[in-house]
Write a protein that binds this ligand. Structure first.
Ligand code: CA
Length: 703
């Protein structure tokens, strides 16, 4: 019996007040199978997989909430998550139950009508694993299948939970846990196989996608994204071909290419498509000294979903040297281009170009930059390769360019409305500094980019630096993928805004970094509705129905990589827990407004260190500490602001944390294997200098 008919019966049963209808089984939780997922469009009240359907359009046909009535949208309920780090989850809703995740891979089942907690699962990820996560300890959501809920945990497990209770049915380790692998992505399930990738290409891994049997966690196939040791037999022909595009000893570091977020599936061709990450290290010359494309880094790859056998690839950034992961949303659509029907996969890539690719062959149809791009003039329509602007991957000296490792578009999911024919894309303009790190030596398990990304030295003038920071932009772009041009845009206060949802009600929903959740007219871009969420609202919004009533849900919370690295861009000192906020027409619940906490800035110790020691400490800080504790040691409020720490005035206490691992339970692991006493002292000297500067800046100006 189909899920639809089941629910029809249940509704009928509920209507006569007799749930235990003779001969009927009790309602099965997460009752999703191949037929139901493939026919998700016939089941629009549910949101059964990460991008709603296998095409990952994040378009819902639901139209009860529409342009005419969205102004009456109000809060139905909110739920406070148990963690205070970034919220990147897209909720799944099946038959009235919502499944969401939060930081540290926690899973929650909620009553989708009321927000009541049904169960919660904590995989108890060691907080020390946080050190291996480049981009906060986030999770983007679960998959559901035949009564189970599946989560990839930060420490590399795939866990199957009983959807009714949250009890563990089975759990498998999907990575070599001695290596710095992490998992933040949502699994996808195709015909009983759980598809899962991993992260870690900044640290030292070899990326791959695996397919596990949804029943028992048995590994069915694995596709590596970069070649291993060429002196050993290759796993397949795709790896043999890829190895010809590398040189040197890349496999000793792992090579990278981790497929850490996007996937889409085309049932017609049975192809699973996924995006791969940057190389390890970022600087191509440090990983493949003789250059080369370094397949299949920064690529879109298609494999047979049953076997994992390679079908095609399209590399967006050959020989990537800029952390241009090609892991952004993969959106499948059938478009009419030059009068012909085309089956396409689309990606608004981190590198700034919007790609429309034939998803049956992997051949480029068109590509166009959607924000200003300074590293390439365009994409060659025949070869599909970017036409680079010849600084030879910063060989000719340090450079500042658009986009940067933050991406012109990052993990924040985009949506596509078949009704308007437009893609709704969270875009941004964030510059980045790149330079060769002449002292680079591979350091197992550490930040291994071989790139100097220090904004302090590039440009050296503080005013120029401030101007660069102020030039950062964030926008919602409605993009016409056929004409490859912008239809409209909404400009936000800054970068790193939320994913989007398009609906049959002619609406586009998007959260913003500054704590709002907005609705726009999908065709024209007119702002129609806005609500305060009081937290960065970055995750993918979704919509569903319970009892015929339509709801719109989104996750919100501080954290996510931008707020770790770019604390200078936010004045938030408020590490409150994340939340799920859910709206309906006429909703009258209220969201308490949290107080804006401005952390006190205690008077720092006197800076007595030599400029040389401070500079040395700054460089060491950038290598080991920046990715969590922020540029210029300015915290975004989620991880302690070291400039405000009493430990910087306490050499022994500082050493006990940095080298002694005294706070490893809170995620601050020991760096004793990497740093000596003198290094810790240099970092401390730099932090005192940063604190002195920050303290001076925080004082009210004297007239
Ligand atoms: Ca990356």
């Amino acid at each position: 019996m189909s899920g639809l008919r089941w629910r029809g019966l249940l509704a009928a049963a509920a209507a006569v007040g007799a749930l235990a209808l003779g001969g009927c089984q009790p309602h099965k939780a997460a009752d999703v199978d191949a037929a139901r997922l493939t026919n998700a469009d016939k089941d629009p009240g549910d949101w059964m997989s990460h991008g709603r359907t296998y095409a990952e359009q994040r378009y819902s046909p639901l139209d009860k909430i529409n342009a005419a009535n969205v102004n009456t949208l109000g809060l139905a309920w909110s739920f406070q998550l148990a963690t205070n780090r970034g919220v990147e989850t897209t909720p799944i809703v099946v038959d009235g139950t919502m499944y969401v995740t939060s930081a540290w891979s926690l899973v929650y089942a909620l009553d989708a009508k009321t927000g009541k907690l049904l169960w919660q699962y904590d995989p108890k990820v060691s907080r020390a694993i946080g050190h291996n996560a480049c981009c906060d300890v986030v999770n983007r959501g679960v998959a559901v299948w035949k009564g189970r809920v599946y989560v990839g945990t930060l420490d590399g497990r795939l866990v199957a939970l009983d959807a009714r209770t949250g009890a563990v049915d089975w759990s498998v380790v999907t990575v070599d846990q001695s290596k710095p692998y992490t998992i933040t992505m949502a699994p996808r399930i195709i015909k009983g196989k759980v598809m899962l990738g991993n992260s870690g290409s900044e640290y030292g891994v070899r990326g791959y996608v695996s397919a596990y049997d949804a029943d028992d966690g048995r590994l069915i196939w694995r596709f590596f994204t970069v070649p291993g040791d060429p002196s050993k037999p290759f796993e397949n022909k795709a790896m043999e071909a890829a190895a010809k595009t590398w040189s040197g000893d890349w496999w000793k570091f792992g090579g990278g290419g981790s497929p850490w977020d996007s996937m889409a599936y085309d049932p017609e061709t049975n192809l699973l498509m996924f995006g791969t990450g940057n190389g390890l290290p970022w600087d191509e010359k440090a990983r493949s000294p003789n250059g080369g494309d370094n397949l299949y880094l920064s690529s879109i790859i298609a494999v047979d979903a049953d076997t994992g056998q390679y079908a095609w690839h399209f590399q967006t950034t050959p020989g990537d040297s800029w952390d241009f992961d090609s892991t952004q949303t993969l959106t499948l659509a059938d478009l009419t281009i030059d009068g012909k029907p085309r089956k396409v996969v689309m990606q608004a890539a981190k590198n700034g170009f919007f790609y429309v690719i034939d998803r049956t062959t992997g051949k480029l149809i068109s590509a166009k930059n959607f924000v200003p791009v300074t590293w390439a003039r365009g994409v060659d329509p025949v070869s599909g390769r970017p036409i680079e602007i010849g600084d030879d991957h910063y060989r000719n000296g340090p450079t500042v360019m658009f986009p940067s490792s933050f991406g012109a578009h990052n993990w924040h999911p985009m949506s596509f409305s078949p009704k308007t024919g437009l893609v709704y894309l969270p875009a941004q303009e964030v510059p980045g500094a790149y330079g060769t790190d002449p002292k680079f030596a591979y350091d197992p398990g550490q930040w291994n980019t071989a790139t100097n990304t220090d904004l302090n030295t590039l440009p050296p003038d503080p005013k120029a630096k401030a101007a660069m920071i102020n030039s950062m932009k964030g926008e919602l772009i409605a993009w016409d993928p056929v004409a490859q041009k912008e239809a409209w845009r909404a400009v936000h206060k800054g970068p790193w805004n939320g994913g989007t949802l398009a609906t049959g009600g002619g609406l586009v929903f998007q959260g913003t970094a500054d704590g709002h959740f907005n609705a726009y007219d999908a065709a024209k871009g007119t702002p129609l509705w806005s609500a305060d969420t009081y937290a960065a609202t970055l995750s993918g919004p979704m919509t569903y129905t319970v009892g015929g009533e339509q709801y719109v849900a989104v996750g919100a919370g501080f954290g996510s990589v931008f707020y770790l690295v770019a604390g200078f861009a936010t004045d938030n000192g408020n590490p409150l827990n994340g939340k799920i906020v859910v709206y309906k027409l006429g909703g009258a619940a209220t969201l308490p407004k949290p107080p804006l906490i401005r952390l006190p800035f205690p008077k720092p110790p006197e800076n007595t260190a030599s400029p040389a020691l401070v500079a040395q400490g700054h460089s060491t800080f950038n290598h080991y500490c920046l990715v969590c504790h922020g540029y210029d040691a300015i915290s975004g409020g989620v991880i302690p602001d070291l400039r405000r720490s009493p430990l910087i005035g306490d050499a022994a206490g500082f050493k006990a944390v940095v080298l002694g691992g005294e706070r490893k339970d809170q995620g601050m692991v020991s760096f004793a294997a990497e740093l000596k006493d003198a290094d810790a002292e240099a970092i401390r000297a730099y932090l005192i200098k940063a604190a002195v500067d920050g303290y001076a800046e925080a004082q009210p100006a004297k007239k």
